[in-house]
Design a protein around this ligand. Sequence first.
Ligand SMILES: [Cu+2]
Length: 147
Amino acid sequence: MMKFHLPMIFAAMLFAAPVVHAQVNIAEPWVRATVPEQKVTGAFMKITSPTDAKLVDVRTARAGRTEIHEMAMVGDTMKMRQIPNLPLPAGATVELKPGGFHVMLFELTAQAKEGDIVPLTLVIEIGGKQETMEVNAVVRPLSKPAH
Ligand SMILES: [Cu+2]
């Protein structure tokens, strides 16, 4: 029976392989450290997509919900506000950073302590399809640079 089944399984795997692979690059993902009782923080990273794409959602077990935010002038003050998705133009590196685009994590399940790893699942729409990417963001204070 095995002799019959193995080639069939390999054939099935070949057909199941995704035709298009995103090859979106995520660099330096990090989450801002929190103080005890703080329930909200931000996640940041650099995203480069080879083709036009959009970041449509970010999921993590460490937060009750997330939103994608931008900073925008409202009247004469800079405020953050939710955007439905973050466009990722082909070949451009889109930087999520404090004071700019960021992912907001609400209802944190625990304090984000320096050195913790926060697994994030990024949902990226590319070529009309949604793909997910797993990244491990490291927790660090705002004052500490990545390198
Ligand atoms: Cu925000």
